[in-house]
Ligand binder design. Structure first.
Ligand code: WTA
Length: 664
């Protein structure tokens, strides 16, 4: 954690105010009784049966929590269920004609689509039959590399129906990133598309997918969705023998039904790769019973989702937020969930508000980076829009500064909507630290208390709780149903990354096991937690997790580069931006050409989201005597802060030299 984070936080805490939830909201809230905190504590872990009860089980579970082999906890053991049945079939009788997904495409006027629960059920069944037909069996990992088109959740639910875990790779990731993930998951199936629209232009996606497939070590079957009507002409790729057209496949299975496969509560629902401390992405494994219970319960309790709502989260399904709070949580509750294909400022900067107004959205859940952008664009973009349908606002992915919080509260919520600032991670499956909107006082900048039944604490390096107001590390001291079960095929790394820091790893007593999310935090006298940011080598750029090691290895892969260090620098909109310090092979200053190659190298290895904001060429990097790069000092340079302690450096002068290079 850098010093600058802490001083930034002090300033934030100083101006902290408290806001009570609006009375009109409390009256109708799914949860409005504050006794829930105590009740859950007293009845832990059985309190989580309340979450499991939101689902339809084909076989009732026998035990709520099996904690006999920590940290390999199991939830709702003995139970079985199917996620696609829970998100679709069980709603058909009462809500078959209601919209399940409202899809808003780009370009805007042309093609918005409504999928009722009936429609979605029918197409999921047809595609499930098609997947079986191309050879997908239970437990095969199916990779999806798709933008925000309806076929993405359809494919996810079709996989869930036949018990095949999905692994969704964000469409903005590069071909290399796709290949790495398909190889790591030993995934033999890919669902992708020809292209999609971005700011009115058609983008070629299949070329990237094909390039990725070239790097996959085994045979694959691919299904290609025709988003642009261009499979054979637009970009001219055509389809190879192992590639099938989605529409043709579905048409071949028109009217097919596939019985939902009974999955054990602990069977894998999906894998999601996320960035960690090393260069290799981590395959986070989520289960059917615990995960689905968790996202259903939190959607109901925190997002206040009700079946008649229209719920809008403009995140991308390629990230965990979209999995949990566009697809699984809202659909499990039988509500209408929206999907938006485009960007928030195309064709105009009022795009979000146009959609909220047109669809009368009731919830709006987005990342602080988006809110900072809205704030910068100005409130005039709201003037012509009636946002009175909104009942609740939410944020996720990074800390929100009180100024942005207050802007959101005032301009989007009209001081009428509670805001839930939800702290969680890919690994936690769903929300962990956040207020209950019908119960909790809101303090801008602070995520709030841990949810009922969640045992989150802020501790010092020895594991002792820190005094209120002091910075420490966030820990979670009891298991929860939505938790990751392991890292795919790597139990050892699972223990190392998340448990080793604060647990007695030789013990089989669950009391001795503590989950460490690798975030810094503070807690106040009321138990409100303010999350300060990552304490590992992970950046949070516009709410997206990127490993510094992944970016560094991409840069070092560029010819002419000898060494690189990547850190996060403060950024008005993105929160954090990528700053790269690069040593060239010949030790000289790099030229524009090398700069371009580095940018291209990063885009090829990861994707445009990891593009460096700044590249500084330097003859040396600040290193400790043992040869470790002192990233904290590079962060100080990036943020133009006063330098921290340089006395442990082998080469103390180098930092000022680098600073001089930045200014040149
Ligand atoms: C950060 C996104 C402050 C945190 C759901 C965490 C937050 C990482 C918040 C996980 C929040 C997420 N306040 N920080 N409300 N929510 N974070 O896996 O550092 O993409 O560890 O999951 O985002 O990012 P991930």
């Amino acid at each position: 954690m850098s010093n600058s984070d802490e001083t930034g936080l002090e300033a934030r805490l100083e101006e902290q105010d408290a806001f009570e939830p609006p009375e009109s909201f409390v009256e109708q809230a799914n949860v409005s009784d504050s006794s829930i905190y105590e009740a859950f504590d007293e009845n832990w872990p059985q309190c989580w049966e309340q979450a499991a009860d939101l689902l339809d089980w084909s076989e009732e579970y026998e035990e709520t929590l099996d904690d006999s082999n920590p940290p390999f906890y199991e939830w709702f053991t003995g139970g079985s269920l199917n996620a696609s049945h829970n998100c679709l079939d069980r709603h058909l009788e009462e809500r078959g004609d209601e919209a399940a997904i409202e899809w808003v495409g780009e370009p805007p006027e042309e093609d918005n689509l409504t999928y009722t629960y009936e429609d979605l059920h029918a197409e999921v069944n047809e595609f499930a039959a098609a997947l079986r037909d191309i050879g997908v069996e239970e437990d095969d990992v199916v990779t999806m590399y798709m933008p925000m088109i309806p076929e993405l959740p359809i494919a996810m639910l079709a996989c869930a129906r036949i018990g095949a875990p999905h692994s969704v790779v964000f469409a903005g990731f590069s071909a290399d990133a796709l290949a790495t993930r398909m190889n790591a998951a030993d995934s033999h199936f890919l669902v992708t598309c020809d292209g999609y629209y971005r700011r009115g232009d058609a983008l070629d996606h299949l070329e990237k997918a094909n390039e990725g497939l070239d790097g996959v070590e085994h045979e694959t079957e691919t299904v290609v969705v025709d988003r642009l009507g261009a499979n054979d002409d637009g970009f001219g790729h055509g389809l190879s023998d192992s590639q099938r057209d989605y529409d043709e496949l579905v048409a071949e299975h028109a009217g097919a039904t596939v019985d939902p496969v009974e999955r054990d509560a602990e069977d894998m629902l999906f894998l999601m790769y996320t960035s960690g401390t090393t260069g290799e992405p981590k395959g986070v494994k989520h289960t059917t019973g615990g995960y689905l219970s968790w996202v259903s319960w939190t959607s109901q309790a925190v997002l206040d989702v009700k079946p008649d709502d229209t719920y809008f989260c403009p995140a991308d399904i390629g990230w965990i937020t979209g999995h949990s709070y566009i697809v699984y949580g809202p659909l499990a509750l039988g509500t209408t969930t929206m999907m938006y294909e485009g960007t928030p400022d195309y064709p105009e900067r009022d795009r979000m508000w146009e959609i909220v107004e047109e669809y009368e959205a009731n919830q709006f859940y987005t990342a602080p980076t988006a809110i900072r952008a809205f704030m910068k664009w100005g409130a005039e973009h709201l003037e012509d829009h009636d946002l009175s349908s909104l009942r609740l606002l939410g944020t996720v992915g990074e800390p929100i500064n009180p100024k942005a919080w207050k802007w959101y509260y005032k301009h989007i919520g009209d001081e009428n909507c509670p805001i839930v600032d939800t702290w969680w991670q890919t690994e936690t499956g769903g929300m962990m630290v956040t207020g209950l909107p019908g119960v909790s006082t809101m303090k801008p900048g602070s995520a709030g208390r841990p949810l009922p039944g969640v045992d989150a604490n802020v501790v010092d390096p020895s594991g002792e709780q820190v005094e209120p107001g002091r910075a420490g590390y966030l820990t979670i001291d009891k298991p929860w149903p939505g938790m990751l079960r392991t890292l795919y095929r790597n139990d050892e790394r699972f223990i190392d990354e998340y448990w080793a820091e604060y647990s007695d790893t030789d013990s089989d007593d669950p009391e001795d096991w503590v989950y460490f999310p690798e975030d810094g935090a503070k807690i106040d006298d009321d138990g409100y937690i303010t999350v300060l940011g990552r304490v590992d080598d992970v950046l949070n750029v516009s709410g997206h997790r990127l490993g510094t090691m992944e970016i560094e290895s991409a840069i070092v892969g560029v010819e002419g580069v000898a060494e690189a260090a990547v850190v996060g620098g403060d950024h008005d909109i993105k929160g954090e931006a990528v700053y790269a310090y690069v040593i060239t092979e010949d030790g000289h200053d790099g030229d524009e050409d090398l700069r371009d190659q580095i940018v291209a190298g990063v885009e090829d290895a990861i994707g445009p989201i990891a593009r460096p904001e700044s590249i500084v060429f330097t003859p040396e990097l600040p290193k400790t005597r043992s040869g470790k790069i002192m990233r904290r000092l590079l962060e100080d340079v990036a943020n133009d802060d006063e330098l921290g302690d340089t006395s442990t450096l082998r080469n103390p002068d180098v930092v000022e030299d680098i600073r001089a290079n930045v200014q040149n």
